[in-house]
Design a protein around this ligand. Structure first.
Ligand code: FE
Ligand code: FE
Ligand code: ZN
Length: 273
């Protein structure tokens, strides 16, 4: 059975997110751990979390780190801030154990990818707790500006350098990889073979299901509704039914409101075999 959901607002807490997920027939969801600009997180409501764990326990959910944080910044203050936020987020994640914490590897801002990768890996070594139950996910990026993580090789290099690689996985964003030059429309199998050879498919833990407003290899990051972009519905049908992918959680980050996501979930469920 297709495990699919979307990005939900976390402003009203975990129970509210679970209820919204149920309303649109989602079995998983993603949320920002705090304002996406990376400010202070709200105080946690432990009753809310306890109630949430009672009603939503079967499927893994994905927390998304604020995307404006840059873990490989050349500014020590910026990198330090990313470390503080990640540490705080990860300790909060242990209150909802065994889920995923996804982040954008960051932009090397002219230092070069190699230095960027070294900084990301050493930051991960500082924040990973040996006993944590949360798996940290590196998101595949489109390669806009000086983004790190637009190639499978760069993601693998980060994982290789981390002391506890078993705590790291990858979240594949369909819009990002297509923009980065991986042709999931015409050569899905060969892209997955590449992923398996370079990173290992066992590291693939979640899929961000987004169509794209821009053409193949554009190195842009503009999400589109499912079936209305350059990727197209047929490819999403191939992805959700692919034997190597169909067991994964699929998260929609398409430009939609709740009812739009409800329709996309209904459509994709009807096309899942
Ligand atoms: Fe993301
Ligand atoms: Fe994404
Ligand atoms: Zn994106």
């Amino acid at each position: 059975m297709l495990n699919i959901g979307c990005h939900l607002s976390s402003s009203k807490g975990f129970v509210a997110m679970a209820k919204n997920a149920f309303t649109i027939s989602a079995s998983t969801f993603q949320f920002f751990t705090r304002n996406p600009q990376g400010s202070k997180a709200k105080d946690l409501d432990l009753n809310d979390i306890e109630e949430f764990l009672k009603i939503f326990s079967d499927k893994k959910i994905v927390a998304h780190a604020p995307y404006t944080l840059n873990p490989c910044s050349d500014n020590p203050k910026t990198a330090e801030f990313a470390e503080l936020v990640f540490k705080d987020d990860l300790s909060r994640m242990e209150l909802i154990p065994n889920n995923y914490y996804n982040f954008h590897p960051g932009s090397h801002v002219g230092q070069g990818a190699k230095i960027g990768i070294d900084k990301i890996a050493s930051l991960l070594d500082k924040i990973i707790m040996p006993n944590q139950t949360t798996t940290i996910l590196l998101e595949t990026m489109s390669g806009k500006g000086s983004e790190v993580g637009a190639t499978f090789e760069e993601l693998q290099e980060i994982i290789k350098q981390v002391e506890l690689p078993e705590k790291i996985g990858v979240c594949l964003d369909t819009c990002h990889v297509y923009s980065a030059g991986y042709d999931i429309v015409n050569q899905l199998d060969s892209v997955l073979e590449k992923f398996d050879k370079i990173i290992g498919l066992e590291k693939l833990k979640a899929i961000h299901l987004n169509d794209s407003k821009t053409e193949f290899n554009s190195h842009k990051d503009r999400h589109e509704q499912i079936g209305k972009g350059t990727i197209g519905l047929d490819t999403f049908v191939n992805i959700i039914n692919h034997k190597k992918l169909k067991h994964l959680p699929f998260i929609l980050e398409t430009p939609n409101d709740l009812s739009g996501w409800q329709q996309e979930i209904k459509l994709l469920k009807s096309l899942s075999k």
